[in-house]
Design a protein around this ligand. Sequence first.
Ligand SMILES: Nc1nc2c(c(=O)[nH]1)N[C@@H](CN(C=O)c1ccc(C(=O)N[C@@H](CCC(=O)O)C(=O)O)cc1)CN2
Length: 324
Amino acid sequence: MLTAAPPPAPYTAVGLGRDPRTQSSTPGESFTDRKRFATMTHTIKGAEIARSIRTRVAERVAAAGGQVPGLATVLIGDDPASAVYVAAKRRAVREAGMRDIHRHLRHQATQNEVAAVIDELAGDPDVSGILLQLPLPAQLDAAPLIDRIPVTKDVDGLTTASAGRLARGERGMRPCTPNGVIELLDAEGIELQGAHVAVVGWGQLVGRPLSQLLLRRGATVTVAHEFTADLTAVTRPADVVVVATGVRGLIGPEHVKPGATVVDVGIHRTPDGLAGDVRAAELDGIAGRITPVPGGVGPMTIAMLLVNTLQAAEWGAERDAVPA
Ligand SMILES: Nc1nc2c(c(=O)[nH]1)N[C@@H](CN(C=O)c1ccc(C(=O)N[C@@H](CCC(=O)O)C(=O)O)cc1)CN2
């Protein structure tokens, strides 16, 4: 059944319209003026929130006994960042008491070789979920490979079928990072219904699915990107700004309304360590809340992958159940 998104409701965030931090600044106002109203910027502890989700998943796995959920990770090539992420996912799977299944193909793997591995995992009853780590080497076409993953095992929520289910508001797997962003906002008690959320980034992994999830929560969503002509005009009115562009340091104080929540999905490896798409230090005392890099959204991606794998195992058990 097609269900409509919930109607907009009055914005219920505490203090809106009274707290000067939440009021848009007037034209010509300097950042120094805006800082006059500043209070402490709260750092959203994504790593802690992720840890508590992972603990709850592990408890559910232990309580279920019998059928152990299994996650199959497929890594092609030797991209160092991908290797780090896959290793972290596999560690999290084992810590949760799940079965860790892994396939590593050489960088030159062909489309047919990868397809054969996915087909083999798709038919394996011990595999509850399949994850094809992205990005793939240039000779491979990701979309048809992702679409070989059965929708019931699509723990990344990236198949065409899962994306369609999300667009239509039907039951299905949601991509891990956008799901993690919503979890973070919920954990912080940020009211989404009626809030104005600016999503900066249009990618399939984060921006597009996140905008759909937010719409279904009753947020007023504006989607922008690094080529938006006047990005500030889009982000400054927003109560929540989520940034997933892959452009390091794109967002600074000029883009953010005092008191707004800023969620940084970007991760860049620099000589000074990890950095995000947001110039976080410059937002101190301006943003009401901000996610750090590292320790913000990244760990949530892995926690939500475990949640999806548990869900996939439950769907697998339902599918395999013999009717009485
Ligand atoms: N098939 C997929 N590929 C990719 C996805 C995805 O969701 N599915 N997302 C990203 C990368 N990613 C997961 O794969 C990911 C990114 C970051 C983290 C994380 O925990 N980051 C830490 C820092 C760790 C480090 O980089 O040293 C943090 O932010 O604190 C986990 C997973 C692209 N590919």
